[in-house]
Design a protein around this ligand. Structure first.
Ligand code: XMP
Length: 501
């Protein structure tokens, strides 16, 4: 097992992920954690935001004295090793972002060109290496970018784990297989089985509850926990009336029939629509839906004697909520089932917390969840309420459902659904003039939106072929009563957001 010691870098989890991609098992620990060294084949020290010469800067773990195996030390990790072994680290000019480095011949750089661009992010720099070490990479500004003692320690000032470092993957696999001589002996299935074992241990024969949305994360969390505790997992699917066409039926079919899960479907359509009557402000809508959702869910939880709450939180949610602190402005108050755990006095189980989205999908595939669910586009918690602009009424929801269904089916028909990150229709709160038959028509406008994105933080509008858009627009104006015009949204994020509200 490769142990990653997390010194607070935002990239620490990315390191374990890169190792797992190489089919080698990896775990993250903090410097103060206790560790069973008999299981450790290699250690990686991550980067971190501190300076090694600050008084309370994190130190090498206590167990490190006894550990005699190979070490890859990245950024702060490198500086820590240099300082501890008698070298010198000083405040430098700093190198940030893409930097050109020249590499020497070394097993860790095998198969990599002599000059590559790497990703740097450091203010301090190594000015003198400990005895027995020699540099194996130098940056264009003359800073030692990598060093080794040729026996146990490989030190990198840059981040091989990030995408921007050319051949970063190769450096990591060179460390694993060339330097440490590890074997590929780990598969996603091992991770799943380990998680199932862990969930069994945690929940035992108690009951747990989960809010199932039918999206990827909650679906994978549900099936995983179901494998561990069976019918003791109560999945609650709240139909708030803001779902897409056939959505509730599809969720029932997959989870009740296919997986034989304990699924409770709550029909709360009336409650939500009543609460939303007359409300036009997007943030108010979100707040109402969030609060009502919690109420419905709590009522349901009371009916079952549950002790645990399962949530499909994934790693990007963890980063985002950490990042949404002081420095980032609130753009929209995203509602998942946030706020549930504090209010409900339940113990939280988050089996996907350390996984990236594509890993969650792999877990889902392993568990036999149909592709249609695994590859689903994201869908916002407040559902169609933020896509019916202005006041939400049943009539408008019905129009939007039909238009959205046609757009999505058209994309699927032309194999375009999986090529875009998210696609949907929006019902605008205006009518426009048209001509149908020989008569004047005055009907609603539907906007189609499709974007490409990574995790939704930024997005570019998708260049869907005109013929596909044409087919969708023709069908929508022909088949959906009340729609007289279709437009396509060609704004990226920023400045627009993905959703219109
Ligand atoms: P925006 O519109 O903020 O959307 O660019 C980014 C991604 O988040 C989804 N989204 C939400 N998801 N609750 C959610 O669970 C919300 O209130 C919400 N608002 C937006 C949106 O669909 C996109 O994938």
């Amino acid at each position: 097992m490769v142990l990653v010691v997390d010194y607070g870098s935002q990239y620490s989890r990315l390191i374990t992920r890169r190792i797992r991609e190489n089919e080698v098992y990896s775990e993250v620990v903090f410097p103060d954690d206790k560790v069973d060294l008999s299981k450790v084949d290699a250690v990686i020290l991550s980067g971190g935001p501190r300076s090694v010469y600050e008084e309370d800067a994190p130190k090498l773990p206590e167990w490190f004295q006894e550990y005699k195996g190979p070490v890859l030390a990245i950024c702060y990790g490198m500086q820590l090793i240099v300082k501890e072994l008698g070298g010198e680290v000083r405040r430098g000019r700093g190198e940030y972002g893409r930097t050109l480095v020249e590499l020497s011949r070394d097993p860790i750089f095998e198969g990599i060109p002599e000059k590559v661009h790497v990703w740097m992010s450091h203010g301090d720099e190594v000015v003198r290496l400990p005895e027995g070490f020699h540099p194996i990479a130098v940056s264009e500004t003359g800073v030692i970018a990598a060093a080794t003692d040729g026996k146990r320690f490989w030190l990198l000032q840059f981040h091989p784990e990030v995408h921007h470092t050319e051949y970063g993957d190769r450096m990591i696999s060179n460390f694993l297989f060339n330097v440490c001589k590890l074997e590929k002996n780990w598969k996603i299935g091992d991770l799943v089985e380990e998680k199932i074992r862990h969930i069994k241990e945690t929940i035992g024969n108690k009951k747990a509850i989960l809010a199932l949305s039918g999206g990827v994360d909650s679906s994978v969390a549900a099936v995983l926990v179901h494998r561990a505790i069976g019918k003791n997992l109560v999945c609650v699917f709240v139909d708030h009336g803001l779902l897409r066409k056939n959505e509730r039926e599809e969720v029932e079919r997959v989870f009740k029939e296919h997986f034989d899960m304990n699924l409770v479907v709550v029909d709360a359509r009336k409650r939500f629509l009543e609460k939303l009557r007359g409300v036009t402000d997007p943030e108010k809508k979100r707040k109402i839906i969030g609060e009502e959702f919690i109420r419905v869910f709590e009522e349901e939880a009371k009916k079952h004697d549950v002790e645990f709450l399962v949530q499909g939180t994934i790693y990007s949610d963890v980063i985002e909520s950490a990042a949404s602190g002081k420095t980032t402005a609130k753009i929209k108050s995203h509602h998942n089932v946030g706020g549930l755990p504090e209010k409900m006095n339940l113990k939280l189980v988050e089996p996907l917390r350390d996984l990236f989205k594509d890993e969650v999908r792999k877990v889902g595939k392993y568990l036999g969840i149909p592709d249609r669910i695994i590859n689903r586009h994201p869908f916002p918690g407040p559902g169609l309420a933020v896509r019916v602009l202005g006041e939400v009424t049943e009539e408008k929801l019905e129009i939007l459902r039909e238009a959205d269904y046609i757009f999505i089916e058209t994309l699927r028909k032309h194999d375009y659904y999986d090529k875009v990150w998210q696609a949907f229709a929006v019902l605008l709160p205006i009518k426009s003039v048209g001509v149908k038959g020989d008569a004047r028509a005055y009907e609603y406008v539907v906007a189609l939106r499709a974007v490409n994105s990574v995790e939704g933080m930024t997005a570019d509008w998708s260049r869907i072929p005109h013929d596909i858009l044409d087919e969708a627009a023709r069908r929508i104006t022909r088949e959906v009563k009340g729609v007289g015009r279709v437009v396509y949204d060609i704004t990226s994020k920023p400045p627009a957001t993905i959703e219109w509200e």
